[in-house]
Design a protein around this ligand. Sequence first.
Ligand code: CO8
Length: 260
Amino acid sequence: MAYENVLLEREDRIAVLSINRPQALNALNKDTLLEIVSAIKEVNEDSGIDVLIITGAGDKAFVAGADIAFMKSLTAVEGRAFGALGQQAFRMVEIMEKPVIAAVNGFALGGGCELAMCCDFRVASTKAKFGQPEVGLGITPGFGGTQRLPRLVGSGMARQMLYTADVINAEEALRIGLVNKVVAPEELMDCAKAIARRILSKAQIAVRLSKAAAIEGMQTDIDRAMTIEADVFGLCFSTEDQKEGMTAFIEKRAANFIGK
Ligand code: CO8
């Protein structure tokens, strides 16, 4: 499918989705959110792709938030619909079967921080900046920030960021656990792809079941979560990759996983 606001590239089982409105620092308007929904569906359905990387086009921004010019004159009803569309798009990213890595190359503010947070994990360039500036605009975060930020960095740090709208740099994001790794800007995509290739070298059914269990288990009590884990663990024993992985270990050779 042809897109106007995002770029979708594929290379060796890795898809790279770039939010592509550099003139507006990749701000998210309705059309961009709709294209993200379509692109996620496309990646989900593409059996040749096993890992998705999300980044921002240009050298300045990952995503500088929802599009303020677009939102400025929305009515309450339109604002609610726009918020719901963003939540739907980001939830699709969060629960898609394949792992998603955010490669945060610059500003990740408001909806941009929220987009990064619905990815499985984040790597950042030294130029990345994170924040939820919404209260400075007279609104609350609307694409999941009030919920995902406390889950990721803990309640106290999240509330400080939410109430002050302060922007933090990559080093601070690393310190509070918002990102996993910080690298030089020119190394960012190589870093994200290197991690993607580490994932690709493993059994993809097991990777996806691990993701499903981690996501579902975070939303439930520990007893139910353990049942979820037992179920996916058991399911792995129906796969050829489990037989191959364990046989390869016993035979002291590298496993040749086929994703079945
Ligand atoms: N929306 C629209 N346009 C934007 C946005 C944005 N979020 N951010 C930047 N732009 C545009 C600027 O207007 C400017 O356009 P132009 O060249 O036509 O004037 C261009 O991008 C470049 O930006 P700047 O000139 O401002 O670049 P600076 O380097 O001076 O500053 C900043 C960079 C600090 C990132 C600055 O642009 C900024 O503060 N941007 C806004 C950040 C922000 O507040 N983001 C949060 C938005 S609210 C949100 O995301 C809520 C999500 C939930 C919505 C729920 C809906 C119901």
